[in-house]
Design a protein around this ligand. Structure first.
Ligand code: AN0
Ligand code: CP
Length: 316
């Protein structure tokens, strides 16, 4: 594997999930593989899980790890071509990417969308500029459009938890006060399309994700209908793709609650975290035995490790 930007970088999802399971069984088994290799983790936005799990994964493989928050701590980056840089941006992304690449063997990068200009966001310009100018493999730690490290951990979590061969998995939109990216939903959908699960997306009208990511999923606008018989309820808020970046609804009927979970087949509750309690999910659900959010977050370490391992094997 050269880069890990989205699902198209993965030939065999099953094999990568099996790799992550092996990392989980013995995290230090390959602790010399990354010796004398440096992992740089660059964050343009906040993070708890991605930052710590990817750092831990690098350490498990014997890598040296450097982390930098660009927002607030780095120079403000200009990302457009050909501009006269006489405004508030001190450094161009071309130099920044090349310089980080000079210090690192692999770079992880988080860069959220603006949620203002759909066409620009969906070009995923910042991460693609890093791919172009850093000269080393790039791992997406959530870009403007997808969050593949999260999705790999999600598939791993479903695989180790499912009670039936072909579970019904429901990605449900849930309310939120702020405008959030579509990345987690997009990514989960495109990874689900590479599995054999019965995959359903439930969201209010006006919140359909791009077909580029939803693929063959059935899209339902009634939560009760979607929850029926579900083995997994995967909740996430996203702002509108159609009316780009807008919060069109905060309808609390879409919050994951005990009543709707009763409609499922003893369904498990999943969320990538961070989650707003009693907005996205009720205390009763997230504190119940059906919640597997901590297992899911813990699996981020092994998902990141499987990806790092594949990339390290490619650069040796
Ligand atoms: C981010 C998002 O929705 O993309 C990160 C999730 C992993 N969430 C928030 O900003 C709350
Ligand atoms: N799920 C996830 O990516 O969490 P962080 O934003 O805390 O990294």
């Amino acid at each position: 594997m050269k880069n890990f930007i989205n699902i198209h970088d993965v030939d065999d999802v099953d094999a990568l999930v099996r790799e992550a399971m092996q990392c989980k069984q013995n995290p230090r088994a390959d602790h010399t593989l990354g010796k004398n290799k440096t992992l740089g983790l660059i964050f343009m936005n906040p993070s708890l899980r991605t930052r710590l799990s990817t750092q831990k994964a690098g350490l498990n493989l014997g890598m040296d790890v450097m982390v930098m928050n660009f927002s607030g701590e780095g120079w403000a980056l200009e990302t457009e071509e050909g501009v006269i840089m006489n405004g508030d941006k001190a450094e161009h992304i071309k130099e920044a990417a090349a310089v980080v690449g000079a210090y690192c063997d692999i770079i992880g990068l988080r860069s959220f969308p603006s949620l203002k200009d759909r066409e620009l966001d969906y070009k995923d310009h910042v991460i693609n500029e890093f791919v172009k100018y850093a000269g080393v493999p790039i791992i997406s730690l959530e870009s403007a459009t997808v969050h593949p490290c999260q999705s790999l951990a999600d598939v791993l979590t479903i695989e180790e938890t499912k009670q039936v061969e072909r579970p019904k998995v429901v990605l449900t939109w849930a309310p939120h006060l702020r405008a959030l990216p579509q990345s987690v939903g997009n990514s989960f959908a495109e990874w689900m399309n590479r599995t054999d699960y019965d995959f359903v997306i439930a969201n209010p009208k006006g919140y359909d994700l791009s077909k580029e990511f939803t693929g063959k999923a059935s899209i339902i606008h009634d939560p009760d209908e979607a929850y029926k018989g579900a083995d997994f309820i995967y909740a996430k808020n996203w702002s509108s793709y159609e009316d780009y970046g807008k919060v069109l609804s905060t309808d609390e009927n879409w919050m994951v609650d005990e009543r709707k979970m009763e409609l499922t087949n003893h369904g498990k509750f999943m969320h990538c975290l961070p989650v707003r309690r009693n907005v996205v999910v009720s205390d009763g659900v997230i504190d119940s035995d059906s919640s597997i959010v901590i297992q899911e977050a813990a699996n981020r370490e092994f998902a990141a490790q499987a990806v790092l391992k594949q990339i390290l094997l490619g650069i040796e």
